[in-house]
Design a protein around this ligand. Structure first.
Ligand SMILES: Cc1cc2nc3c(=O)[nH]c(=O)nc-3n(C[C@H](O)[C@H](O)[C@H](O)COP(=O)(O)O)c2cc1C
Ligand code: SF4
Length: 490
């Protein structure tokens, strides 16, 4: 993963854990209205993909166990991982693109409700993503994937000074291209073709020559609305529309979206599809469940959105009636590291990925509560527009005092913790009961994120080797790690 040049190692914040009385009075443990529901506390577990669904995207016992484990810590809101809205194969990622998925998801919502004693609102994150392929072997790329054109032939003829390439056999041209050194290929292939070769082919929302990309604005509102309908049927308290990171909807919002069909270019056009999706979803489920979105306070990539764009979008999304705005940062493909041959680009390997899940190897500012200012700017803009939409902040929060400060200053209405809650799913309860000293503290070195990158079942290094000989402990596919944290033993 990318790291700031300073690579300064930060110690975990010194925490003064609140007493039970202090915790009871804390804003973090006070209720907050969320659309048609009320969250009992302002604690929030954002989406985390654990790689536990079946290859066909169905809920498994391991999926149920994973969310029930979080539910036992009684967060105010728990968001189920990014779940695909289409009925297409997508490996062991949860899916909600057909009614056949509702039964398993219903099992999940019932189990979570019971595990939290009804204290936790359960949302599901709805995602659409575009096709991405593995980095090809060089030979295969030139033999099969490159769409050979007359322009390639002409460029080859020019750089070699040999005009016969203009009419040579396809196979000969392909072999000749494969033999060219990088500096020559740069003169022959387009920037996009060079990236297909070096990182693997990846669709963009700007690929208007592809009919299915051109038609995204016609197709996505219906797909998201259908998925939201299924989520409500399955018993979720609502949905979080995934408008963040490297995926389709974030790419529409992106300043890099140059679509010329009215859905790209100026901010007004970039936000158009996200608003149309939100309207379709609200028309279908509003009043029956919470409808919010997660999007980026800063894309972090060159020529991407900055917080002023995000604040403008926030006002538009809030005005459109969304019940919350959850603010994330970065996590883009554009600056992802080059994968190995046969591997896929992973959008959390570059600087934008670092900013999404910052580690203790950081710059002067360090990783803790690093992204709160983005939420604060967006919240201020939304409030200035006269709207009361709750704003959720996340990023390196592992200290109740930091959460309290963000709430007291009016930077956010909910404070979310992903990795700290993975490290200790009981930590909200421990803090609430004045047992903060017993919290297992996240070390922010991203072992969990590396597992996600390699599509392995996600666990935490602080507990996944504990009590492995207990026959009731379920192990990961590698047989070496337990799948959920040990129980809280006060
Ligand atoms: C293993 C893992 C999986 C994640 N999966 C998702 C996801 O499905 N959707 C999403 O919006 N964010 C996802 N995230 C990002 C987190 O929700 C969160 O924004 C990020 O980890 C920063 O918060 P933290 O510092 O509290 O961990 C994931 C993070 C981790 C560590
Ligand atoms: S694996 Fe590391 S970064 Fe991830 S939750 Fe555990 S301690 Fe935190």
């Amino acid at each position: 993963m990318w790291q700031p040049a300073e690579r300064k190692k930060h110690a975990l914040p010194l925490v003064t854990w609140p007493t039970q009385e202090q915790a009871q009075r804390a804003r973090w443990f006070s209720p907050c209205p969320l659309g048609p529901r009320t969250a009992q506390t302002r604690t929030w577990v954002p989406a985390m993909v654990p790689w536990r669904a079946t290859e066909d995207g169905f809920v498994t016992d391991d999926v149920v166990d994973w969310y029930c484990r979080f539910a036992k810590g009684r967060p105010g809101v728990l968001v189920v991982e990014a779940t695909g809205i289409r009925d297409v194969p997508s490996g062991p990622l949860l899916r909600i693109g057909h009614d056949r998925f509702v039964e398993g998801l219903s099992r999940l919502t019932s189990a979570v409700r019971e595990a939290s004693g009804g204290h936790t609102l359960l949302l599901i994150q709805l995602i659409d993503f575009l096709a991405i392929r593995r980095r090809p072997e060089r030979t295969k790329y030139f033999a099969r994937f490159l769409a050979l054109t007359q322009a390639h032939r002409a460029a080859l003829a020019q750089v070699t000074g040999d005009d016969s390439w203009r009419s040579a056999e396809d196979s000969a041209v392909r072999l000749a291209l494969e033999a060219q050194p990088a500096e020559v290929l740069e003169k022959i292939l387009s920037a996009r073709e060079l990236e297909d070769l070096s990182h693997g082919y990846r669709e963009r929302v700007t690929d208007l020559h592809l009919p299915h990309i051109r038609e995204l604005p016609q197709v996505l509102p219906g797909l998201f609305a259908d998925a939201a309908e299924r989520a409500i049927a399955a018993g979720f308290d609502g949905v979080e529309l995934h408008y963040a990171h490297a995926y389709t909807m974030a790419s529409f919002l992106s300043a890099r979206n140059t679509r010329a069909d009215g859905y790209g270019g100026a901010r007004e056009q970039r936000v158009r599809l996200p608003l149309e999706v939100a309207a379709a979803v609200r028309a279908r489920v509003s009043g029956r469940g919470v409808v919010g979105c997660r999007y980026l306070g800063d894309e972090v990539i060159a020529d991407g959105n900055r917080v002023d764009d995000a604040a403008w979008f926030g006002v538009e999304l809030a005005r459109a009636g969304l019940d919350f705005l959850s603010i994330s940062k970065g996590g883009k493909f554009e600056d992802a590291k080059q994968p190995k041959v046969g591997g896929s680009a992973y959008p959390y390997t570059g600087e934008s990925g670092y900013e999404c899940m910052p580690t203790i190897y950081s710059d002067e500012r360090g990783p803790f509560a690093r992204n709160v200012s983005l939420a604060a700017t967006i919240r201020a803009a939304v409030r200035a527009a006269g709207l009361t939409t709750p704003i959720v902040t996340a990023g390196g929060i592992c200290d109740p005092a930091a959460a309290e400060q963000a709430l007291a200053q009016g930077d956010a209405d909910f404070v979310a913790s992903a990795r700290q809650t993975l490290a200790d799913p009981d930590w909200f309860e421990k803090v609430r009961q004045g047992r903060g000293a017993a919290v297992r503290r996240c070390e922010f070195t991203n072992y969990c994120e590396a597992l996600d990158q390699h599509h392995k079942q996600v666990t935490c290094k602080l507990w996944d080797r504990l009590e492995l000989t207990d026959p009731t402990v379920k192990l990961a596919a590698d047989g070496k790690r337990r799948l959920v944290a040990p129980p809280d033993r006060p």
